[in-house]
Ligand binder design. Structure first.
Ligand SMILES: [Zn+2]
Length: 113
């Protein structure tokens, strides 16, 4: 399952970054055309976070809208999938944003003393 391995990747990265401290929240950016379903990521995250610093952490998904630039007329336009054509009729385009899948930041629980 695609999303499970992605969630595993996220947990590995944030677990390392937390250095044993508990994570309250993980902010993740998911592009609209990254091919990843945010719901599936959130579900998988809870599963793979078990037993790590990220257990019980909230996964805050920031969805990034997708934009492409037409290679024929230069217009920048929003796309909902990779098969959206430019208004000039061209399908040749460069994805400017919307393909990302990044961990933006983590928020740690206040340190217990
Ligand atoms: Zn165009």
């Amino acid at each position: 399952m695609h999303e499970l391995s992605i969630a595993q990747g996220i947990v590995t990265v944030v677990d390392e970054a937390a250095r044993g401290r508990r994570i309250a929240c993980v902010n993740v950016e998911i592009g609209a055309v990254s091919g990843v379903a945010p719901d599936a990521i959130a579900f998988s995250f809870d599963l793979v976070a078990e037993g790590t610093c990220a257990e019980g952490a909230r996964l805050n998904i920031i969805e990034i809208p997708a934009t492409a630039r037409c290679e024929d007329c230069g217009l920048e336009f929003p796309i909902t999938d990779l098969f959206t054509a430019c208004s000039c009729g061209s399908f040749r385009k460069t994805l400017l944003r919307g393909g990302e899948l990044n961990v933006r930041s983590i928020e740690l629980e206040p340190q217990e003393r």
